[in-house]
Design a protein. Structure first.
Length: 638
């Protein structure tokens, strides 16, 4: 098993974590070298048996490994990756966060000309590397990512790295369940609260009532309970799926992956969240972290004590341990269901340090959600179905597409011509309703935003302290700040937010968007399906962007869940007030009840997947195709 240290010369495998896996030739994905030729890597996807909990269970692996082997590339080179499918089903590999041609992006039915890799076949990916940084790769077929097909991908910069370090480690989080992923989804469909092990009980209610100061407070508590009951929702349902075993580089907390350092060294830790459904709150007690990279892009260094990492995000930090002690790398699930744990120590083989008690579990309140109650049993909804505006959603034929067994419709939208309105903004079309179908909005409930309430009281929850985060107001009630992460940290702790991130080398000049496109995150909890603007993927038309334009996606989360939204092939720039230095991200986490503007430079032609990276949200419909097309030609007069 590898120590996880990254070599400058080769790609190293990151450990198998007590897997009963078959030996696989070339399991380290070593490149085949040829003079003047692209480096060539070979990956084989196969069924294996894994035992992360002591119980052998079916899984899927790459070159016999979970996680998959580290792929280490260099900016400016061209690589070839041959993917052999030894599974009994179609598969694919997506290169998460990489800027590459659409036909190499690896999403069946969405990437240009790519329909997946059939069982028994080998597919060759070939693409140039135009960036550097920490990324990862995973299957984009069905629920295979949850079953084990994911791994780290590092691209070394062509020029000297501005952030020197002595040691370099990958810290890849994931969440494992002994249940088959299809069974997990079936359980959620049958009962969305199936995995919520912290439901409020009668004893909780009696305890709360007993602590109320007066009759008025007790009446308010009972009214709150009745409202939640009327909506058939639970304020303790934070992440949909709990009971996971949380892993670091394929190791359980007891197996204690260790990053070895010598006192006085600078250690780079490359954090990757490959969890299917888990956000993690990350801290190293007693040690300051300096964030130097977000989503593969260098940022101005920012010192923090904690950060929240959503599914599919990556952050690089530098730490400088000086005293030779053993440090805990703690990643607590946002729902407080468990820890992923690793160590930072001067030698390997030390036992894991005892885990601390869990922080208090988050509980949503009506105040957190802006009093947005919604119809009984469903969600807020609106009286009319979604209206997709010309130029925003194309009526192209989607009949040949197949992504995760979700068949999209053929035909158009009553003769609407995609791209015909050019610079038209959603906001410029009076009387248009971009809302969802009345019965479809999952939880109109706005957010776990205790942070918004705390910020009004002057509590600092981030490195940007002193800022009034209650910027939005509706009916006199503070709306959730879309950027602040309430990790339960002490008030003095510096907790990273998107607002703290400034691009070190801005790529795009600041300019006004050509269009504003409303992206409402919606769904239905009782039936457990998720959607964008009220339409699940199977009923949705693609979003069309004109090549070269700047679009502003106005995310509005009308649900009670976090949604880490991932756009393939294009950078997203959340509007956090830094102009050209706004960070460039491939995932933007949209908090419950929050609204956030995100600019997109449409500089990569082709078809791109756009979806929530909570795997079961994507699988049940929170996904769209984004098509970047040439601007319509206008004939010259005369």
């Amino acid at each position: 098993m590898s120590d996880g240290r990254l070599s400058r010369r080769q790609a190293l495998g990151l450990g198998i974590a007590a897997l009963a896996l078959p030996a696989a030739p070339g399991a380290l994905a070593q490149p085949r070298l040829g003079r003047g030729l692209p480096r060539e890597f070979n990956l084989a996807l196969s069924h294996v048996t894994a035992s992360f909990t002591g119980r052998p269970r079916p899984a899927m692996a790459v070159n016999g490994q979970i996680p998959a082997p580290v792929l280490r590339f260099r900016e400016g080179e061209e690589v070839i990756v041959n993917v052999s499918n030894r599974l009994r089903e179609h598969t694919s590999i997506h290169w998460h966060g990489l800027i590459l041609p659409s036909d190499q992006d690896g999403v069946p039915g969405i990437s240009d000309g790519f329909q997946g890799i059939a069982a028994g076949e080998t597919h060759q990916y070939r693409f140039p590397l135009v960036q550097s940084g920490t990324y990862w790769y995973h299957s984009h077929s069905g629920l295979q990512e949850q079953a084990g097909i994911y791994g780290p991908l590092i691209i070394d910069p062509a020029t000297p790295d501005p952030f020197g370090h002595d040691q370099d480690y990958i810290i890849q989080f994931s969440d494992w369940t002994d249940e088959a992923p299809d069974r997990v989804l079936a359980n959620l469909k049958r009962d969305p609260g199936y995995y919520n092990y912290d439901k409020r009980t009668l004893a909780d209610l009696l305890r709360t009532l007993g602590g109320a100061p007066d009759a008025e407070a007790r009446s308010a508590i009972l009214a709150d309970r009745m409202m939640w009951a009327g909506m058939r929702m639970d304020p303790t349902d934070i992440e949909d799926v709990s009971g996971y075993t949380y892993l670091v580089n394929g190791r359980t907390p007891a197996q204690n992956f260790t990053a070895v350092y010598q006192p006085g060294q600078t250690v780079r830790l490359r954090f990757i969240n490959s969890g299917a459904m888990s956000h993690f709150d990350v801290r190293i007690p007693g040690l300051e972290m300096t964030v130097v990279q977000a989503h593969g892009n260098n940022v101005r260094p920012i010192a923090v004590d904690e950060f929240r990492i959503a599914p599919a995000e990556t952050y690089d930090v530098l730490v400088r341990p000086r005293d030779g002690r053993q440090y805990q790398i703690l990643a607590e699930s946002m729902g407080r269901q468990g820890f992923a744990q690793a160590s930072l120590a001067t030698r390997d083989g030390l036992p894991a340090l005892p885990l601390p008690p869990h922080r208090p579990r988050p509980v949503l309140t009506m105040a957190d959600m802006g009093m947005n109650y919604g119809p009984s049993g469903l969600d807020r909804g609106t009286p009319r179905p979604e209206v997709d505006a010309p130029g925003h959603v194309a009526p192209m034929d989607m009949g040949g597409m197949d992504h995760s067994a979700m068949q999209a419709p053929s035909g158009g939208s009553q003769g609407m011509q995609g791209g015909s309105t050019g610079g038209m903004s959603h906001g410029s079309m009076p009387g248009m309703d971009h809302a969802s179908m009345g019965s479809m909005d999952h939880s109109a409930m706005a957010g776990t935003s205790r942070a918004a309430m705390d910020s009004m009281a002057g509590t600092n929850h981030g490195a940007t302290g002193g800022m009034n985060h209650a910027a939005m107001d509706q009916g006199g009630m503070a709306m959730p700040d879309p950027l602040v992460n309430d990790t339960g940290a002490p008030p003095e702790a510096r907790v990273l937010s998107y607002r703290d991130l400034r691009a070190l080398a801005p790529r795009y000049r600041p300019r006004a968007p050509d269009r504003v496109i409303e992206v409402r995150l919606t769904g239905n909890m009782e039936r457990y399906f998720w959607s964008i603007n009220g339409n699940p993927f199977s009923h949705a038309q693609p979003i069309v962007l004109n090549h070269g334009e700047r679009a502003r996606f106005r995310f509005v989360n009308e649900t009670m869940m976090n949604h880490p939204m991932h756009l393939h092939g294009l950078w997203m720039m959340p509007q956090v007030g830094h102009g050209a230095e706004n960070p460039m991200l491939h995932v933007v986490n949209i908090k419950p009840g929050a609204t956030l503007d995100v600019d997109i430079e449409a500089d990569a032609p082709g078809g791109w997947a756009f979806h929530c990276h909570m795997l079961y949200h994507m699988e049940t419909g929170m996904m769209r195709k984004v098509s970047v097309v040439a601007r319509p030609r206008v004939a010259a007069a005369g």
